[in-house]
Ligand binder design. Structure first.
Ligand SMILES: C[S@@+](CC[C@H](N)C(=O)[O-])C[C@H]1O[C@@H](n2cnc3c(N)ncnc32)[C@H](O)[C@@H]1O
Length: 459
């Protein structure tokens, strides 16, 4: 994708053109407001000159700017990632949680988890509209290693939170599935390969044993349940197999998956970081395959992290994940509770003590953490303020993720994350789908029911 700035000297909105690699269409966009339109590739100059498109955009530009500003700076937290234990029975090579904690760390005692959820419920009530429940996701290290506490919390706070649980699947027995599905808890699994040899390259026990078969067995147990998903973390080890990965997910009736590029916050992850071009190629081939499978069977396999980019383009305020916006959701739309009771902007920061915003159960709790010097650099990381993002046409569809990665891998909050070019390719691919009228095929049904068209050129 290339973006060419075109001059617009008068104060006010400015449009630039973007080659999206489509035969017939180019995009014109105002990166400041995330406005875009697709235009005839051979008539870009006309579209950028004073004329109907520009006039109509000028009328709406302030509204777009206000909406984007509210999304970027006006949100209150509505979710929490809960780490009920530091421990994990797996030693994934790229994990962002420190290995000393995962191997020898502590569980959060049941009483402390219950007290924490009580405190969190009160906090969310004070900032969320009445009738809306906050989301609480049990997320790390392996929540089912502290199942007693987790299940006690889900029972006790069923009316106060919408719960989710992310697990490696190895401890998800029939009783656990029954407990969680009966309470409508959304369940996420993790699997990195279509066959054991690939999964084992990155996800295995501390003793080096394969868990691939156990995750497939967990997937079988969840077949037919409405609210489950599987994460594949994309690395050099599985990149050539992403297409087989989505074939496996589709065959096993996984409703939603995520094909997440490995976050390079800790050094172990950087050893398996794919090059941007390789990541983009494998990822878009896998997306193409999901579309073929949809066409063949009428059943969608959603790739949620890509769907979120599409939504960021089509209806910015309907985004569901908050990694691809700047400032990101960490410490703003959500935060994380570590197993020792300390608060971090996001789980990604749990291995980085300088981002510890203080203890939830201490005086000040969540409010103090949100205002803390530990959270502020994350909350204030703004793509409008650092190069090369400040001049990038897609900065408000990408958000330059992730601050933890930028800080640890590239040396500061004012740096880009690990996959700049990959994001540009994703946005171009998304715009090509829109140009071809295929975007709905990559989104959950009814995604646009709660959204409103604010700009429709009607052509
Ligand atoms: C940290 S684990 C915790 C929950 C559970 N133990 C599991 O495996 O799903 C949550 C997810 O984060 C992914 N993950 C861990 N480190 C990562 C990294 N550096 N980059 C991207 N994803 C990562 C894991 O593969 C897993 O899918």
């Amino acid at each position: 994708m290339t973006a060419a700035a075109l001059s617009r000297t008068a104060a006010g909105p400015a449009l630039i053109s973007m080659d999206i690699g489509h035969d017939a269409y180019a995009a014109v966009t105002d990166p400041n407001t995330a406005f875009w339109a697709l235009v005839d590739k051979n008539r870009v100059d006309e579209a950028l000159a004073d004329g109907p498109l520009f006039d109509r955009y000028r009328e709406k530009a302030d509204t777009f700017a206000r909406e984007l500003h509210a999304l970027r700076f006006g949100l209150k937290p509505s979710g929490v990632y809960l780490n009920p234990t530091e421990r994990c029975n797996l030693n994934c090579t790229y994990c962002y949680l420190p290995d000393t904690q995962r191997s020898g760390g502590s569980h959060m005692p049941t009483e402390m988890l219950l007290a924490s959820l009580g405190q969190l419920r009160d906090y969310f009530r004070s900032v969320m509209p009445e009738g809306r429940k906050p989301r609480a996701i049990f997320h790390g290290a392996e929540p089912l290693m502290n199942k007693t506490a987790v299940f006690a919390a889900i029972n006790e706070f069923a009316d106060d939170f919408t719960f989710g649980l992310q697990t490696n699947g190895t401890l998800l027995d029939a009783a656990a599935v029954e407990f969680l599905t009966a309470r409508n808890v959304s369940i996420g699994l993790s699997l990195d390969g279509p066959v054991a040899g690939i999964t084992d390259a990155t996800r295995r026990t501390w003793g080096g044993k394969s868990v691939h078969g156990k995750v497939l067995a967990a997937m079988d147990k969840l077949k037919g349940y409405g609210s489950w998903s599987v994460i594949t973390t994309c690395t050099t080890e599985n990149l050539p197999f992403l297409t087989q990965m989505v074939e496996l997910f589709h065959a096993r009736e996984v409703p939603t998956c995520m094909l997440n590029a490995v976050r390079c916050t800790l050094p172990g992850a950087r050893d398996v970081k794919p090059a941007d071009g390789d990541m983009a190629q494998a990822f878009t081939q896998a997306l193409d395959r999901t579309h073929e499978l949809y066409r063949e069977t009428g059943r969608k396999l959603l790739v949620a992290n890509f769907a979120n980019i599409l939504i960021a383009i089509l209806a910015p305020t309907a985004r569901r994940l908050m990694c691809d916006i700047s400032p990101c959701g960490g410490g703003r739309a959500f935060f994380a509770l570590a197993a020792d009771g300390n608060l971090y902007p996001c789980s990604e920061f749990i291995g980085l003590p300088r981002f510890n915003g203080g203890n939830l159960l201490a005086t000040g709790g969540v409010e103090a953490a949100l205002a803390s010097a530990a959270f502020r650099p994350v909350i204030e990381r703004d793509v409008d303020k650092f190069a090369p993002c400040a001049d990038c046409a897609i900065r408000h569809f990408c958000g330059s993720p992730c601050p933890a990665e930028a800080h640890e891998m590239n040396g500061g909050m004012g740096m880009i994350g690990a996959f700049c070019e990959f994001y540009k390719e994703q946005v171009s691919y998304a715009l090509r789908l829109i140009a071809d009228g295929k975007a709905n095929d990559y989104l959950w049904d009814g995604w646009d029911e709660d959204t409103e068209t604010t700009f429709d050129l009607g052509c």
